[in-house]
Design a protein around this ligand. Structure first.
Ligand code: FMN
Ligand code: SF4
Ligand code: SF4
Length: 277
C-alpha cells in the first residue's frame, strides 16, 4: 500500500507526528511518505492508496491554508483517508474540520488522532504551554494509531480504531467547538494585533515571505503584510533577526479570557494529571 501524509506544520510538531507515523507504516511493510502542505499537489492525493491529512490546531480549528487545500481537491470518491492534528489543549473542531472536508469530497475517513504539541504562540499567556511535547509517549500514541489504520480494510476489528478520537468522526458541541464556530480569520484580524516590523533589524532575507502560509507578505523593499493575515505569528516567531514585534497589552487579556489554564482543563482536551506549564 502507498501511504501519503500531507501536513500543515509551522513549528515542527505536526511534522514530527507525520514522520513517526510514516516510520510505523514502513515497519508494517507499506511505502509511506510525508509532504508539507506548501509542496503538496492534487497528484499526491490521487495517487496514494491511503491518504493522511494533518494540521496544527489554531483557534480550536483547522487553519485556513489546509482547509483551502482540501476544499480545492478533485473528488476523492471512496478513497481511504485518516486525519491527525497537534494541539495545545483546546483542540475543538480541528479533527472534524479535516474529516468534514474530506467527506465532502467523497472520501472515507477511518479515524483521527490528536497529539499534544508545545505552544509557540507569542502571547505571554500561552507561550511555552506543554513544553517538550510531543514527547516519546505522544509519538508512541501516533505510532499505535498508524499501525491500526494500516490494518487491511477487510479485517474485522474487535475494538474501535486504536487511539482514534470520537470527535474525528462525529461533530461534538463543546465550549471550544463553539469558540471555533464563532471565530473567523476576519475576527482574528480585528481582535489580535498585527505583527509590526522594525526595519532597522530586518536584513531583507525574505524568510518570512517564503514561510507565511497565506502568501501575505511582499518585499517593498521591506516586508509588508497584506490583508489575508490569519494571525499565526509565524513571521514574528521565526524571523532570524527578531524584526517583528507585537504589543500584547490588550490582546493578551482577550486570549486569556478564552484560553486560560482553567478553561483549557475544564473544556479542552487536557488529560488528568497532564502538565500545562
Ligand atoms: C497562532 C496559534 C494559535 C493556536 N491556537 C490553538 C488553539 O486554539 N487550540 C490549541 O489547542 N492549540 C493552539 N495552538 C497550539 C498549536 O496547535 C500547537 O502548538 C501545535 O502543536 C503546533 O503545531 P506545529 O508545530 O506543527 O505548527 C496555537 C498555536 C499558534 C501558534
Ligand atoms: S524574516 Fe525577518 S529579517 Fe528576513 S525579511 Fe522577514 S522580517 Fe526581514
Ligand atoms: S503575515 Fe505573519 S502572522 Fe500573518 S499569516 Fe503571514 S506569517 Fe502568519
Amino acid at each position: 500500500m502507498d501511504v501519503t501524509m500531507i501536513y500543515f506544520s509551522q513549528t515542527g510538531n505536526t511534522r514530527k507526528v507525520a514522520e513517526t507515523m510514516a516510520t510505523a507504516f514502513q515497519e508494517a511493510g507499506h511505502s509511506a511518505r510525508t509532504v508539507p502542505l506548501k509542496e503538496a499537489t492534487a497528484d499526491d492525493v490521487t495517487k496514494s492508496d491511503l491518504l493522511g491529512v494533518g494540521t496544527s490546531c489554531m483557534t480550536s480549528q483547522a487553519p485556513t491554508p489546509i482547509k483551502e487545500f482540501l476544499h480545492n481537491l478533485p473528488p476523492l470518491e471512496g478513497r481511504r483517508t485518516f486525519v491527525f492534528a497537534t494541539s495545545g489543549g483546546a483542540s475543538g473542531r480541528v479533527l472534524y474540520d479535516l474529516t468534514h472536508l474530506l467527506r465532502g469530497k467523497g472520501a472515507d475517513v477511518a479515524g483521527g488522532v490528536l497529539i499534544r504539541g508545545e505552544v509557540h504562540h507569542p502571547a505571554p499567556c500561552l507561550l511555552g504551554h506543554f513544553r517538550g511535547r510531543p514527547n516519546a509517549e505522544d509519538l508512541n500514541r501516533a505510532r499505535r494509531f498508524a499501525t491500526a489504520v494500516a490494518e487491511p480494510i477487510s479485517a474485522v476489528r474487535s475494538s474501535p480504531l486504536a487511539e482514534s478520537r470520537p470527535e474525528a468522526i462525529k461533530p461534538r458541541w463543546g465550549f471550544y467547538d463553539l469558540v471555533a464556530s464563532l471565530s473567523s480569520d476576519r475576527l482574528q484580524r480585528v481582535l489580535l494585533p498585527e505583527p509590526k516590523l522594525d526595519p532597522d533589524r530586518c536584513d531583507l532575507c525574505e524568510w518570512c515571505v517564503n514561510e507565511c502560509p497565506m502568501d501575505n507578505i511582499t518585499m517593498q523593499p521591506h516586508p509588508i503584510l497584506g490583508g489575508k493575515c490569519i494571525r499565526c505569528y509565524r513571521c514574528l516567531t521565526g524571523c532570524p533577526q527578531k524584526a517583528f514585534n507585537v504589543n500584547w497589552r490588550f490582546s493578551n487579556l482577550a486570549i486569556l479570557s478564552l484560553y486560560n489554564t482553567s478553561f483549557v482543563r475544564w473544556f479542552g482536551d487536557v488529560e488528568p494529571g497532564e502538565q500545562v506549564y
